[in-house]
Write a protein that binds this ligand. Structure first.
Ligand code: F6P
Ligand code: MG
Length: 444
């Protein structure tokens, strides 16, 4: 039996968690405040005086929160009454009980994963309490901008996809495998493009996503893609009725913009090659970690792709629309994804979602935050097995596609983490390194 290490926390002065809470989160909040202020006229045009009032009050609430954060005040209960409010407040009460004192559940002293999720939930609360603008997505501008800035790379991908789809019937198994590996890696590196690590800057893809794969190869610290491939192959059930034979891949999405595009390209390939018959996408139900995908972003991205001013890109978009229409693709969200809970709690806290994922033949978890939740965002030894860190979470065979942006990494060779740390002190947070890490969900 393995002991469970402590959570990463900003209480460790100098740690990445500490720097995030001290510097990055207030920067993100300041940008949120600026964005709302910049849109004052728009709110006035839409809602008149009420819009102006809402702008003022929302900014007031957000500045107050920024101050609570910066002065390490206790974490407060939520005051809205949404579906998940009770759940957040109960979580806080449990923590307070555990520590026996309200003040110790503060911004710097609590688990990093918890306070960071809580900040985004409080942003949502501040807007929600001001009805005319409660649906306003403060991160929308950044997300759409990052989409447009990556256009050239998207065109490259669509052109590649067109080439693959055109010859699909003639491809040998090896060729199919090779395309799969490439598109899996494109989706992996797509995770470099998130807006929260850079506090909203420098997040688009400028170089060719296919040509750069070779030179990126040495930075993949764990590459279990062969196991992902064999999982897909062994899920094929020829000779059975269409319904029971359907192979389903679920993708737990991370960021909008270029990363989402790479996920859609991969999903298109899976369906067009018949490696999968269905792809279920899972997104967030509120704006989250700056760039995460919401239902709106998902629909918008597909609409933009159909409307692109490039032959293969717009053709790809039309194809994606028909995947959705015909049910080969579907989009889902669930409030669990925007709680601070580790995934090992999913079975108890969101049994319906757990049961849903059990219906998949393979679940791909995109990005850093999902990795933190898979491993509980804890101070694991780097050589501990991925299965150990999952602590029993395993609704289906799963794979994390993640570039490293936080101080948690398991499943390395003994000594590998230490060696990397001595060569490159930022190896865990720079998103220069990545993992394709698989678990078959068979308990150890
Ligand atoms: O700031 C916390 C964090 O989880 C980082 O680890 C990472 O920079 C970012 O937020 C989210 O990254 P991703 O979009 O890959 O989940
Ligand atoms: Mg993200």
């Amino acid at each position: 039996v393995h002991g469970v290490p402590p959570s990463l926390s900003a209480k460790v002065v100098g740690s990445f968690a500490y720097l995030t809470v001290r510097d990055r989160l207030p920067t993100i909040l300041t940008k949120v405040i600026d964005t709302i202020h910049r849109n004052k006229n728009k709110f006035f045009e839409e809602y008149g005086e009420e819009g102006i009032q809402a702008e003022k009050q929302t900014i007031g609430l957000l500045s107050k929160m920024r101050n609570e954060l910066q002065t390490d005040k206790p974490v407060l209960e939520l005051t809205d009454s949404l579906q998940d409010t009770e759940c957040w407040n109960q979580y806080l009460q449990r923590q307070q009980k555990m520590h026996g004192d309200e003040d110790s559940v503060s911004w710097f002293k609590s688990p990093w994963l918890y306070v960071e999720c809580y900040m985004y939930r409080r942003v949502h609360e501040a807007l929600w309490l001001n009805p005319p603008i409660s649906d306003y997505d403060v991160f929308n501008e950044g997300k759409t901008q990052s989409f447009f800035e990556s256009q050239q790379a998207m065109i490259t991908l669509c052109t590649y996809l067109e080439g693959v789809n055109k010859n699909m019937e003639e491809l040998s198994k090896n060729e199919l495998h090779e395309h799969f590996n490439k598109l899996l890696q494109v989706s992996l590196w797509g995770n470099k493009c998130d807006l929260s690590i850079s506090a909203g800057q420098d997040n688009s893809q400028k170089t060719s996503p296919i040509d750069s794969l070779n030179s990126l190869q040495p930075f993949i610290l764990v590459n279990d893609s062969n196991m992902v491939w064999s999982t897909l192959l062994s899920a094929q059930r020829p000779g059975q009725s269409e319904k029971t034979a359907a192979v389903r891949v679920d993708i737990v999405l991370d960021n909008s913009g270029f990363e989402l595009f790479t996920d859609l390209v991969l999903a298109d390939f899976l369906v067009s090659s018949h490696l999968a018959n269905e792809v279920h996408f899972h997104g967030k139900s509120i704006p989250w970690f700056v760039s995460d995908v919401t239902a709106n972003d998902f629909q918008w991205t597909i609409r933009q792709t159909t409307a692109a001013n490039h032959k293969w890109m717009s053709k790809t978009g039309v194809q994606w629309k028909s995947h959705l229409k015909e049910g080969a693709w579907s989009y889902h969200d669930h409030p669990f994804w925007t709680t601070p809970h580790e995934f090992c709690d999913m079975e108890a806290d969101a049994p319906d979602l757990y049961a849903t994922l059990q219906g998949a033949d393979l679940v791909l978890f995109k990005g850093d935050l999902n990795y933190r939740k898979l491993t509980g965002d804890r101070e694991w030894d780097h050589a501990v097995g991925f299965d150990t860190a999952l602590r029993g979470f395993g609704p289906a065979p799963l794979c994390s596609l993640r570039t490293l942006k936080a101080n948690v990494q398991v499943g390395l060779q003994p000594g590998q983490g230490e060696k990397l740390g001595s060569q490159d002190p930022d190896w865990m947070t720079s998103s220069k390194y990545a993992v394709i890490q698989f678990s078959s969900s068979k308990c150890e």
